[in-house]
Write a protein that binds this ligand. Sequence first.
Ligand SMILES: *[C@@H]1O[C@H](CO)[C@@H](O)[C@H](O)[C@H]1NC(C)=O
Ligand SMILES: *[C@@H]1O[C@H](CO)[C@@H](O)[C@H](O)[C@H]1NC(C)=O
Ligand SMILES: *[C@@H]1O[C@H](CO)[C@@H](O)[C@H](O)[C@H]1NC(C)=O
Ligand SMILES: *[C@@H]1O[C@H](CO)[C@@H](O)[C@H](O)[C@H]1NC(C)=O
Ligand SMILES: *[C@@H]1O[C@H](CO)[C@@H](O)[C@H](O)[C@H]1NC(C)=O
Length: 459
Amino acid sequence: MKLFVVLFILFGSSKGANILGIFPFPYFSHATLHHSYMKALTDRGHSATIITTYLGDYGTNPNVTQIHLPKSVEIHKNHTDMLMYKRKNLSWWDIMVNYEMKSYMKAIEYEMELPEIQDLIHNSSKYKFDLIIIECYFCPYLNIADIYDCPIVILGSSDVPAAVHELMGNAIDPTEYCESEFLPFMHNQMSIPQQFYSTFVYLYQSSVHRLYYHIKSRLLDRKYFGHIVTNYDVNAMSRIAMLMTNTNQAFGHVRPLMPDTIQIGLSHIRDPKDIEDKELMKFLDESQNGVLVIALGSRADPKSLGIENVKKFMSAFNQTNMNVLWKLHGVDEGVEVAENVKIVTWMPLFDVMAHPNVKLLIFHGGLLTSYEAIDREVPMIVFPLVFDQYINTRHMARNGVALEMDLNNFDDASLVKAIGEMRKPLYAENIKKLRNLVYDLPISSKELVIWRIEKVLKS
Ligand SMILES: *[C@@H]1O[C@H](CO)[C@@H](O)[C@H](O)[C@H]1NC(C)=O
Ligand SMILES: *[C@@H]1O[C@H](CO)[C@@H](O)[C@H](O)[C@H]1NC(C)=O
Ligand SMILES: *[C@@H]1O[C@H](CO)[C@@H](O)[C@H](O)[C@H]1NC(C)=O
Ligand SMILES: *[C@@H]1O[C@H](CO)[C@@H](O)[C@H](O)[C@H]1NC(C)=O
Ligand SMILES: *[C@@H]1O[C@H](CO)[C@@H](O)[C@H](O)[C@H]1NC(C)=O
């Protein structure tokens, strides 16, 4: 009987691994990406505990536990605002030091104190993990790998900071590869002044990563992990088995990488789902002249966007023959909504873009949405606000699938002109071509992710 139990346990545990997913980034699109991998892994019989800011849909799978962090999203929303950064023309330094880092640290401290996280840290005998998949580069969470004595896979929702590339042994050269998410310089195409500026920002940011985050992390380690973890740097960092960046060569992410770094861009793309909202479906179906979809940021707050900008957009939309679907949290009194404009507070953007009548997207250039628009072959007008949105836009403009505009410097006439331009068949052809290129891989990035993660589990 005893032997039978032992055999059963051995057999059972070899079938599926226990994976801990740690995804504290407070963006809906990042969560979409994380859940797409965790779903693929749990569908293959692995069990997962997932720390996430937005809950994923795992049906009735009994082997999935989610630890939800809605308050981290709230902390982030209260302390940061992309539209405001842009409209106030804040410098990258100001954004990084006074907004992003502060809200990040506040959220981490709140998370570390949660009973569920404390339980993972201090009651480790209750759990067993074979692998940690994490998007959190310099943070106390990495210590959990030491407690459970397991490898780490790092997953980036875009490219990752230079310090992470360094850990993986990837070549760093800020005069060739722009290492800062704040600079819109193309790899291998920087002018001499851009090379100097890129080097300066690289040195500054990597000092911040090395000094500020490491010291702060150590203080947090001591506070939340106590005596359990003694050698944070060496122990946690040496456990990193693989890095996955959400990049794609055809899109423009070309740089030398070691074999343990893989590029998995577009792997989160799923098949489109039916749109459940009947009214929205009717609007899309009946738009004979095509639909322009506009979604500027997850918050889409008209106050952040600015009343003068709302009016400019509205006036331009009033002059096109397309119907417009606009994600916006209400309009101020005094703004007349044009007849061809439908305002919604939320929409399933990817599924909406799958509708054949959707012909144009206006957004801020976030990487995941860019990939989704390429997948659905919807040309874009982009108003980048911050971070990699500028470089994403330039990669797409170079491929002839997007046009860049400046939120601080446009009027209704220039927008009407841009809409007319992007409706030319040339752009639809270009995006079809780019779609073929980004998917032209010997193995789909989705399969690659699963294969490589299971390889880490086996080794
Ligand atoms: C849950 O895990 C058990 C034990 O590993 C396994 O037998 C079962 O098939 C898993 N269920 C699902 C839905 O994956
Ligand atoms: C966020 O701001 C709102 C409104 O000011 C406030 O009620 C709420 O407590 C804040 N939340 C956090 C987590 O700071
Ligand atoms: C924004 O700031 C940059 C650098 O600080 C400056 O060169 C530019 O003129 C500013 N633009 C506006 C619209 O204020
Ligand atoms: C450890 O687990 C016990 C029993 O489940 C629980 O009472 C205790 O609060 C947990 N400790 C922490 C630090 O979460
Ligand atoms: C749209 O344009 C028409 C005339 O061209 C004008 O009468 C109407 O007020 C405009 N609507 C908005 C919302 O600007």
